[in-house]
Write a protein of this length. Structure first.
Length: 115
């Protein structure tokens, strides 16, 4: 087990980041981070990601005002995935839902509201 942070980036230079609500543990979103996004998150306390669709750095909330204030970053045993605990300022999902995991997959393949 390594005592120092040394993320294992994939071939695109990314690690998966799972974001959960710091107080409730509810899943909020999944995104990807490169070295710069990790550094910016650690420096500012606000979640930064790499947008694969835009091929650009992305501060969550930069345009919407719905920032994710990171309280803790956990690193998995292989250092290829991060678990961010955060306090959201508004909805975490771009649809306006509190988090991105608001639908449940049914046996017939349909999606229904979770909960």
């Amino acid at each position: 087990m390594a005592d120092m942070f040394s993320p294992k980036f994939d071939s695109a230079g990314l690690v998966t980041a799972v974001v959960v609500h710091a107080e409730t543990g509810a899943p909020l979103m999944v995104a990807h981070m490169n070295a710069e996004a990790i550094a910016r998150t650690r420096e500012t306390g606000r979640a930064h990601f790499w947008s694969r669709s835009r091929q650009a750095q992305w501060l969550k909330g930069e345009t919407s005002g719905h920032f994710l204030n990171v309280t803790e970053i956990l690193v998995d045993c292989d250092q290829d995935c991060l678990w961010l605990r955060a306090i959201p300022e508004g909805p975490a999902c771009h649809t306006g839902a509190p988090g991105c995991f608001f639908r449940r997959l049914e046996p017939d393949g349909s999606l229904v509201p979770a909960g």
